[in-house]
Design a protein around this ligand. Structure first.
Ligand code: FAD
Length: 291
């Protein structure tokens, strides 16, 4: 299928891109990897009159630790996450997620910015960003602003990004000693979107008690979900079987799934609890130096 006609611009700076978004005032869409936007256009579910391709903007693709944060540039490819030694070592949740996103063709082009901005509850990175307490750096006509992941997702396909803004960077608090993280999803077919997925990042203190815990969920609500009560229930605990079972139960209760082609809501809800438990175990093992 062929998408409707559109005008195409390929700016060479963020300022130029923002100016174009302003000029076309709600009629323009950012084009990054194109692996969500172009299929929607082919199906006539999105009909932007203008595409602003951000792939020619230099300096937007990087993964680095700086000033207390892990910083990931907007046009960093999913495959770059998969190949990063820094992530494998200190932020394995992102390696896990990248490994489970689609297939090599999609991972080669799909970007981190596109994955977090698309607003599809089936995308895998949003739940990870919620678990990691990430923040999104947006550039707009008024300069830059930072939005916490916890207030970034408004509704299905609706995020805090204004039509005249571009996400330029994702910032994640720098990994600490005794931090463990993990992501896992189940899918109908290899390379498919999640029927349900769970992301966990937790930090232990020197006595092995949970200092902080973030739990994010994929595909079980209108947006990615931060299971706040579930994460908070572990704080201060020396986590044992009952604490982990309780947290997984709370994660399951935080879901609002709908029945669709990916599965019935009862199944998705049950799987969210099962997956939360699995990734809690894995994150804990990693925090303790194993896994
Ligand atoms: C066959 C197939 C299987 C897939 N399976 C999975 C999967 O299992 N898990 C998964 O997570 N994803 C999956 N995807 C989606 C894929 O990961 C996309 O690449 C991703 O969702 C969007 O990234 P993109 O760079 O392609 O963004 P685009 O398609 O270019 O853009 C997506 C949306 O985000 C906006 N946008 C993009 N970048 C920015 C930015 N920097 N600032 C502001 N707005 C921006 C665009 O305007 C558009 O609305 C799959 C895609 C395909 C085709």
């Amino acid at each position: 299928m062929i998408p409707p006609q559109f005008e195409y611009y390929a700016p060479h700076s963020v300022d130029e891109a923002v100016a174009l978004l302003q000029r076309f005032d709600g009629e323009a869409k950012v084009l990054a990897g194109g692996h969500s936007l172009i299929p929607l256009m082919k199906l006539r579910l999105a009909e932007p009159h203008v595409l602003v391709d951000i792939n020619r903007i230099p300096g937007l693709s990087y993964i680095r630790e700086e000033a207390g944060h892990l910083k990931i540039g907007a046009t960093t490819r999913t495959n770059d996450l998969l190949e990063s030694d820094l992530l494998r070592r200190s932020y394995p949740i992102l390696t896990d997620a990248a490994h489970e996103i689609a297939d090599p063709l999609v991972r080669n082009l799909g970007t981190v910015g596109g994955n977090v901005c698309h607003g599809d509850p089936g995308n895998d990175l949003p739940a990870c960003m919620l678990a990691l307490d990430a923040a999104m750096v947006l550039a707009g006509p008024q300069g830059a602003r930072t939005v916490p992941a916890s207030s970034f997702y408004k509704d299905t396909f609706v995020t805090a990004v204004e039509p005249t803004e571009i996400l330029v960077e994702v910032q994640i608090p720098k990994a600490r000693a005794r931090q463990g993280s993990a992501y896992h999803k189940i899918e109908k077919r290899a390379g498919d979107f999640a029927m349900a997925g769970a992301a966990v990042s937790l930090v232990l203190d020197s006595a092995g008690r949970v200092e902080s815990a973030g739990i994010g969920l994929t595909g079980v609500g209108p947006t990615a979900i931060l299971a706040l009560r579930a994460g908070n229930s572990l704080v201060g605990q020396l986590p044992d079987e009952s604490h982990l079972a309780h947290a997984s139960q709370l994660a399951q209760e935080a879901t609002q799934p709908a029945s669709d082609l990916r599965g019935p809501m009862e199944y998705k809800r049950a799987m969210a609890g099962v997956l939360a438990r699995r990734v809690l175990d894995q994150a804990l093992a990693r925090a303790r130096g194993g896994g």
